[in-house]
Design a protein around this ligand. Structure first.
Ligand code: C5P
Length: 223
């Protein structure tokens, strides 16, 4: 069978990762969490004392970290310079800094190139999820999905995900999430956007299983 490339984009808390992992597992495809790569880059900048609010400093350092993503949907991995950073990239500090780092064009070109090589190497194809996969990274993807959900639902999902790991309440989570989406949508370099040929799925009132079913059906129809 020819490899199938699926792009899943959308704002934070719409279920992109859970959906993508489940779809990839069901169809025997690879899985790529591109947000994890931007988080890994951000974690590296923070731990090397790079001022993340100085785009020139971030740009100058963008090629230094060696970011490696494992694409098994049942156990995706992420390392930076050989170190497992799956835990540290989910901290509040990284979440608060990631939009500034990912807005820097040099960061985007390094990571976009990495993403394209991972997609090209996936034997059966892959499901890549992020913000600009359908628009910029893989514009020729076979299927493009844009997931949305109401701010209330997104904040509640993220809050549940962070439970026990983050003391911030629902209101703070909602504010941080909306702030990140606004920054990601407003930036010049490949902003969060729905590709013209992407299919929009509002997940507010759907269970994960229903969203997965819907995406698998769309893929089956198109390949
Ligand atoms: O998906 P996640 O919420 O982990 O993404 C973290 C951040 O990485 C986003 O808020 C955005 O700033 C950046 N990102 C991006 N382009 C992508 C994926 C993520 O700029 N394709």
């Amino acid at each position: 069978a020819t490899p199938v490339i699926v792009a899943i984009d959308g704002p934070a808390g719409t279920g992109k990762s859970s959906t993508s992992k489940a779809v990839a597992t069901r169809l025997g495809l690879g899985f790529l969490d591109t947000g994890a790569q931007y988080r890994a880059m951000t974690w590296w900048m923070l731990s090397h004392g790079v001022d993340v609010d100085d785009p020139a400093k971030v740009a100058a350092a963008a090629s230094e970290p060696a970011i490696v993503s494992g694409t098994d949907p049942q156990g995706p991995t992420i390392t930076v310079d050989g170190e497992d950073v799956a835990g540290p990239i989910r901290t509040h500090e990284v979440s608060a800094a990631v939009s500034a780092v990912s807005a820097v064009p040099e960061v985007r070109s390094v990571i976009t190139e990495l993403q394209r090589s991972i997609a090209a190497a996936a034997p059966n194809g892959l499901v890549a999820e992020g913000r600009d996969i359908g628009t910029t990274v893989l514009p020729d993807a076979d299927v493009k999905i844009f997931l949305t959900a109401s701010p209330e639902v997104r904040a509640a999902r993220r809050s549940a995900e962070l439970k026990g790991k983050d003391a911030a309440g629902l209101k703070a989570t909602r504010e941080a999430l909306l702030k990140r989406d606004a920054a990601d949508s407003a930036r010049k370099a490949s902003p969060l956007a729905k590709a013209a040929d992407a299919i929009e799925v509002d997940t507010s009132d759907l269970t994960l299983e229903q969203v997965v079913e819907c995406v698998v059906t769309l893929i089956d129809e198109r390949r």
